[in-house]
Design a protein around this ligand. Structure first.
Ligand SMILES: NC(=O)c1ccc[n+]([C@@H]2O[C@H](COP(=O)([O-])OP(=O)(O)OC[C@H]3O[C@@H](n4cnc5c(N)ncnc54)[C@H](OP(=O)(O)O)[C@@H]3O)[C@@H](O)[C@H]2O)c1
Length: 288
């Protein structure tokens, strides 16, 4: 039995679809079972559990031999994911598959708070005595969904990035396909998998969205101060504004490039999805 934490999110929903397709035996630990059933389908085994409540995690993981661990950006990510690691140990889980940060931020002295957190968690999992596999994806193509209103309303994407800076992107469905394989086959213990397709430049990704919806979408580079102001105006908390601007600064410097490996194909059995695949399949979100 595989325990899945983070099932209702972007990567998690794709993982649930991939595990269903494989006919895998899995159980999702979710905060709100009714809301999760609407997102994942009523045929998915679920148990109520919260990363802030260690006892609920230990109860939810009873009978699981593997755990997929993911949670969203949060200032309490380390504390909450440590609850899951300790609960996994107590419940007799043998192997944790952690959705981590990209390698360029997952470092002890990373300028990005979330990157330092992922590094601390990876180290704690490695020291836990459990088997482990780390998945380190690149820039999610699904990040563009956060800009859907801008695309619909203004016909452009504004980011503090040069239009031609190379980014190692990944469709979260590829991460999910890799994770589903790792969770259902042997030979992945002690591995850190760096996952991205080939480099894509922002202008190309945005053009693919335009092509999918039959409308020209411009990519506009804005100064970092403008991007910070816009995030604050949208009500983002200071820690998240700091994190996002640090990440964008690193990406703008060319630090978020493709890993240049073939791991997505090797571990998922198919070529990495392209920005055109992403744009075609999510076109509905950018229209209207
Ligand atoms: N965006 C990128 O380009 C990028 C690149 C590399 C790595 N990453 C990493 O990817 C991760 C985010 O992945 P994602 O975008 O797929 O996640 P997401 O869509 O933000 O989903 C977060 C999931 O965590 C669950 N969760 C949050 N707090 C919880 C709690 N207290 N108890 C139980 N469940 C809780 C959420 O459940 P609810 O439905 O209840 O909220 C949801 O299922 C982060 O660790 C990030 O650092 C992101």
């Amino acid at each position: 039995m595989i325990g899945v934490i983070g099932a209702t999110g972007s990567t998690g929903r794709a993982l649930v679809a991939a595990l269903k397709e494989k006919g895998a035996d899995f159980r999702c630990l979710v905060r709100d079972t009714a809301a999760a059933a609407e997102k994942l389908g009523g045929d998915v085994e679920m148990v109520q559990a919260d990363l802030a409540d260690a006892a609920s995690l230990e109860a939810g993981l009873q009978g699981c031999d593997k755990l997929f661990l993911l949670s969203g950006h949060s200032p309490v990510m380390v504390e909450q994911q440590m609850n899951a690691v300790n609960a996994a140990k107590a419940a007799g889980v043998g192997h944790i598959v952690k959705l981590s940060g990209g390698s360029f931020i997952t470092k002890e002295a990373s300028p990005a708070m979330i990157g330092r957190g992922h590094w601390e968690l990876e180290e704690a999992i490695k020291a836990s005595g459990l088997e482990w596999t780390m998945l380190r994806p690149g820039f999610f193509m699904q990040n563009f969904l956060n800009m859907a209103e801008m695309i619909k309303g203004m016909g452009k994407v504004m980011m503090p990035l040069p239009a031609d800076v190379p980014l190692g992107m990944i469709d979260v469905r590829d991460t999910a396909d890799v994770a589903a394989n790792v969770l259902t086959s042997d030979g992945h213990a002690g591995q850190t998998y760096e996952l991205s397709g080939p480099n894509v430049v922002p202008a190309e990704a945005v053009a693919a969205i335009g092509e999918a919806i039959g409308k020209e979408i411009a990519f506009v580079t804005v100064p970092m101060e403008g991007a910070v102001g816009a995030m604050k105006e949208r009500g983002m908390p200071d820690w998240l504004v700091d994190h996002q601007s640090t990440l964008m600064g690193m990406a703008a410097n060319g630090e978020m490039v493709s890993y240049g490996n073939d791991l997505i194909a090797e571990l998922s059995g198919h070529a990495p999805r392209t920005p055109a695949d992403f744009a075609r399949d999510f076109a509905g979100a950018f229209q209207g």
